[in-house]
Write a protein that binds this ligand. Sequence first.
Ligand SMILES: Nc1nc2c(ncn2[C@@H]2O[C@H](COP(=O)(O)OP(=O)(O)OP(=O)(O)O)[C@@H](O)[C@H]2O)c(=O)[nH]1
Length: 522
Amino acid sequence: MSTTNVILIIVAALIVLAVLVATGVLLARRRRVSLGRGEQEDTATGQGGGYRAGSGISLSSGGDTAVPEHPVEERTETEGQPGVGDDAAVPRESARRDIVDVPLPPSAEGESTAEAEDVSDTAPAESRPLEEPESTETPSVPEQQPPAEPESETAPSGEHTAPPEEAESSATEEVVAESTAAEPAQTETAPAESAPAEAESAGAEVEAEPIEPSTGRLERLRGRLSRSRSMFGQSVLGLLGAGDLDEDSWEEIEDTLLMADIGAATSSEIIQRLRTEVAARAVRTPEQARSLLREVLIDALGPQLSRDVQALPHGDPSDGGKPAVLLVVGVNGTGKTTTTGKLARVLVSEGRSVLLGAADTFRAAAVEQLATWGERVGAEVVRGDEGADPASVAFEAVQRGADSGVDAILVDTAGRLHTKTGLMDELGKVKRVVEKRAQVDEVLLVLDATTGQNGLAQARVFADVVDVTGIVLTKLDGTAKGGIVFQVQRELGVPVKLVGLGEGADHLAPFEPEAFVDALLE
Ligand SMILES: Nc1nc2c(ncn2[C@@H]2O[C@H](COP(=O)(O)OP(=O)(O)OP(=O)(O)O)[C@@H](O)[C@H]2O)c(=O)[nH]1
């Protein structure tokens, strides 16, 4: 065989090898992006429900937005008064303003003017200082967008820079609540225009930040549950594993569960089941005790509940499909903005395009915070000035996202207000106004795990107003009261879908009962 033939054979073999490697990489990527449904179906187990361990944040399209059935008799804490108003700018007892009714702007298709409700501040399409979308293509890799030229600022700046105390005065309230003409101009898009100087230079590429895959995050971050682990894994397991339990020992176990914020009803059910099973299975060794406790705790977490985050679009948005719309709600300081940013990262890491709506207009810093998250993942941000009507900003965000064909629109809402309108009235209004334009697929209620009963009272109020579809429990890394997960689900009948386990950009994990309980009992 001549040297030329040998070289040709080697070259051909190398080409075949390269094609095989490229195909392998492509298949691996596809599998990761579609993890939402595929893995769920593959790994659901019969035993104890359909929980999955080590999966990523499971995404799905909305459609069934029905709030899960939750009979009132399942609620055990019916006395607590909402703590939400306490966190609003003024006492709850103060007189509430009615929401101003004005016609819908022409952009909200299909709505008759007479039926229009609450869109007091949504911008008529022609007056919106938004760029027209140039293309419906949405890059999956973060890409630097040209800075938008702000066209005009028609609203007097004084109105929007007033400190909260000033904004609470009735004079300002009148302006904020009734100035329907000026507010639309406050909203603006911030595609990357507020990006750092070096990123703004023409043609500069924004370097894509590596994002940790959501797969297996709960396991990777399990160390952050160490404070709760000492309650369950050491105290409860220590007692249970000691064998021959007398009444005092059972009481001690129940007290420990209560201290971990698991709730009276759930802990007494768990104790009941443990007592029965300990006798029936003749539990003697610590290993048997651990396996029993594990099983009972997992069952109490409702492993059969769907924890998909409905953040996938309805059809292909670049071809007439509709983006998924998610509202992130909760009181001030629970971690709404951080969660919105972390979730945007998850979506972007899975090749989805995202638009962020900064409807938390109470604090300018909150808007800036969200804009920074947007920059980091290459997501466009629709924002309003401090004090702008949150419903107006939310509407603009949904309008803009639908026009530009993004996959998902995440709207961060306010936990406090400038006006004397009740926080819940305002939130209800945000949802209704958004629904004039699009279906809301997911309402994520963000709760701070460290606030215990107060958080639970807040949750109830929010659930009554906006039909919460999922809970995000943040700051679980900072509490020994991880049992709040059990109680929140039971009280609301809504699944905990995500958990916050730190301030880091990727410290948002899917909530998986099995992995969670394993982390507690480690
Ligand atoms: N340790 C810990 N801190 C968190 C977590 N999530 C959020 N935080 C922190 O909580 C603080 C408040 O978070 P934000 O996202 O600003 O809360 P918010 O609800 O948007 O607050 P407002 O914008 O004031 O309404 C920030 O310092 C976050 O870094 C978490 O899971 N763990």
